[in-house]
Design a protein around this ligand. Structure first.
Ligand SMILES: Nc1ncnc2c1ncn2[C@@H]1O[C@H](COP(=O)(O)OP(=O)(O)OP(=O)(O)O)[C@@H](O)[C@H]1O
Ligand SMILES: [Mg+2]
Length: 345
């Protein structure tokens, strides 16, 4: 019998459905994961084995094959632990396979079976909703997933809680969308004494969405002025807040207490590497330009940035998107930001 659980893979802002298929057959006992897994997914075997042992379940002495389909998409990250464990439990008959198949699952397992937070839960929840599926995610991220709207969310603290839920002994309730408690406090333009021309320039930049370069001697208040720009901009609309939060969710930078509800202000250090700035690196994560989407990117000490880094900003600034080339595909992230730069003469 083949048990199936759905999960997701991320390619830039695109969410792909991944089918986790678990097959148990007679033969020499083995446990293999196939379907282009990266190192973290390969290691998931050990975590899943330990997590099941923590529940008092041993893997049957059979030939167990886990296939992540489609096989030509690179599977990256640790969020495959949970769907693999659920697939095994379904194949072993500990969970009702047909019910589990109506959910999409993601989460990282600890050796004790506890579920740890992963990146991209909000994006996965929106995707699950678009396919009329529920979402199973770590308890800590239920509040994040609930923002996706009309999606059934199971936010479990550990594997035992999920088994109990499907058995009906302790049903998990739908989490509430996490709300930010306090109102956001922006630094105030009123703190700046004098500097009438600079303040006016800042206001005009805010009104027109213009980029801004400030040139002045050390201590003139350039950094201070730049920090006050987000406070002048209008607040994010609900749709914009979701858009920004999706990017931060994929980058794993979403605050614990809910969505990004204020305009981002990013000020990368001038030694920041090119992948850190425009995206890329290990898992093609969004860079600073995308994290600053619909907000402000502040480049302090502009001449200290390497020429290569500055040139790489050209394309995102023109097109409003940052494209990250990988070996087998391109990931692209939105990057419409307002740039403020400061330098000494
Ligand atoms: N117009 C001002 N009103 C009030 N405080 C100011 C003003 N200008 C400077 N300051 C004070 O001076 C400090 C230094 O300013 P800031 O760091 O913004 O200067 P800067 O122009 O960025 O300098 P640098 O070129 O060295 O980065 C601020 O933290 C603030 O306390
Ligand atoms: Mg400064």
């Amino acid at each position: 019998m083949v048990a199936r659980v759905r999960t997701v893979a991320f390619q830039g802002m695109d969410v792909l459905t991944i089918d986790v298929q678990v097959h148990m057959a007679n033969g020499l006992p083995a446990f293999t994961i196939v379907g282009l897994p990266d190192k973290a997914v390969g290691e998931s075997r050990e975590r899943v084995r330990a997590a099941l042992a923590a529940m008092g379940l041993a893997l049957p002495p059979q030939r167990i094959t886990v296939n992540l389909a489609p096989a030509d998409v690179l599977k990256e990250g640790s969020h495959f632990d949970l769907p693999i464990a659920l697939g095994l439990l379904a194949a072993m008959g500990a969970l009702p396979a047909d019910e589990v198949a109506t959910y999409s699952a993601l989460g990282e397992l600890g050796l004790d079976g506890a579920l740890a937070p992963v990146t991209g839960v909000l994006a996965a929840a929106v995707h699950a909703g678009s396919q009329d599926r529920g979402l199973i995610c770590p308890a800590a991220q239920g509040g994040e997933a609930a923002w996706a709207g009309d999606v059934e969310i199971l936010a479990a603290a550990d594997l035992v809680a999920l088994v109990n839920h499907f058995k009906g002994t302790q049903v998990l309730s739908q989490p509430k969308a996490a709300l930010r408690a306090a109102a956001i406090q922006y630094p105030d333009l009123a703190d700046i004494k004098g500097q009438e021309t600079a303040k006016r320039a800042l206001e005009i930049a805010a009104a027109g969405g213009h980029n801004l370069l400030m040139v002045g001697p050390p201590g003139a208040g350039k950094s201070m002025l730049a920090q006050r720009l987000p406070g002048l901009l209008p607040g994010l609309s609900a749709a914009e807040a979701l858009e920004v939060s999706l990017i931060h969710s994929v980058a794993g930078e979403l605050p614990d207490d809910g969505l990004v509800s204020q305009r981002p202000f990013r000020d990368p250090h001038h030694s920041a590497s090119l992948p850190a700035l425009v995206g890329g690196g290990m898992r093609a994560r969004p860079g600073e330009v995308s994290l600053a989407h619909l907000g402000v990117l502040f480049l302090d000490e502009l001449p200290e940035f390497s020429r290569q880094t500055l040139e790489s900003l050209r394309q995102p600034m023109e097109s409003g998107r940052a494209v990250v080339a990988r070996a087998n595909h391109h990931a692209s992230y939105p990057a419409r930001f307002q740039m403020v730069a400061a330098m000494n003469p």
